[in-house]
Ligand binder design. Structure first.
Ligand code: NAP
Ligand code: GCO
Length: 264
């Protein structure tokens, strides 16, 4: 089981203020990693530091907008000087805008692309040189089912997450020879603040139609929880996956494999 240990490793998880990133960071800490994280707002960094502390995790938090390359370079430089070279990068920070494509402003489309696709490029570009000097590293990009499928109102998000799948494969291709493994995790529908609008209880007390739809389309018959991502995250961050590269590991309860039940 030593191959799953992250003792002595430094992990940077972007957007780990709450939700999926927070629990991915917790999983990495539980496996022995030192946790560094960022969000774009001081209040969410401060809150997360307290929440990590409640779990016995001394996470180091930075306020950094991942779309700002200068700020990212300064943050990575600060981490390398104060803590050490980043061994594991988790590109988790992400946003979604659910707007019918023809109603979406170009600025709204590019904002989603900036956070969900350009920022992982900026982050990877910032950490790879030191990973190469150190002899290797791990990059985990948080993709999505929308790396594979589309649906109404999520054109920008699907374009970004589809691009992130290919960026993952390209980083794997370009830097595999330096012992850097770059893989993706593709969560299915996970109960976080990002999907809360899709699970809102209706005025008559019934489930949101999308909530019922997702449960019917998921063989596991439930929404995922951020904790469901813990094991896959540790696997892709550890030496247990040293020959896994350019892979998108879907953690989706089987939804991508399932055509759906015939309506009664
Ligand atoms: P969330 O609850 O909205 O959390 C997003 C995190 O990203 C927050 O900590 C947010 O903090 C941070 N963030 C947003 N913009 C940022 C920026 N410019 N710079 C730095 N940090 C930023 O979302 P989630 O559901 O946990 O999703 C996390 C990731 O998983 C996203 O990439 C999402 O696309 C992906 N995903 C989610 C699901 C799902 O069903 N929930 C499924 C598949 C994939 P601040 O706002 O304070 O900066
Ligand atoms: C949506 C949801 C999805 C999930 C996730 C699925 O509006 O369809 O937000 O996009 O967040 O990405 O894997």
């Amino acid at each position: 089981m030593e191959m799953f240990s992250l003792k002595g490793k430094i992990a940077l998880v972007t957007g780990a203020g709450h939700g999926i990133g927070f629990y991915m960071a917790k999983a990495l800490a539980d496996a022995g990693a030192t946790i560094v994280f960022n969000t774009s707002r001081k209040e969410s960094v401060d809150t997360a530091i307290l929440e990590f502390k409640k779990l016995g995790i001394d996470a180091i938090g930075y306020v950094c907008d991942v779309t700002n390359e200068q700020a990212v370079l300064e943050m990575v430089n600060k981490i390398e000087n104060e803590i050490g070279v980043i061994d594991i990068l988790v590109n988790n920070a992400g946003i979604i805008k659910r707007i019918p494509m023809c109603d979406m402003e170009v600025s709204e489309f590019t904002k989603v692309l900036d956070v969900d696709l350009v920022a992982p490029f900026i982050m990877a570009k910032a950490v790879i040189p030191s990973m190469i000097k150190k002899g290797g590293g791990k990059i985990i990009n948080v993709c999505s089912m929308m790396s594979e499928l589309g649906r109404e109102t999520v054109s920008a998000y699907a374009a970004a997450k589809g691009g992130l799948k290919m960026l993952t494969k390209n980083i794997a291709s370009e830097y595999g020879e330096y012992n850097i493994q770059c893989n993706g995790i593709g969560p299915g529908y996970i109960a976080t603040s990002q999907t809360a609008p899709l699970r809102e209880v209706q005025p008559d007390g019934s489930k949101h139609p999308f909530d019922s739809f997702i449960i019917s389309k998921t063989p596991a018959g439930r929404w995922g929880t951020p904790e469901d991502l813990a094991g896959p995250t540790v696997f892709l961050a550890s030496s247990a996956s040293n020959f896994v590269n350019g892979h998108i590991l879907y953690v989706d309860g089987g939804i991508l494999a399932y055509i759906g039940k015939q309506p009664k």
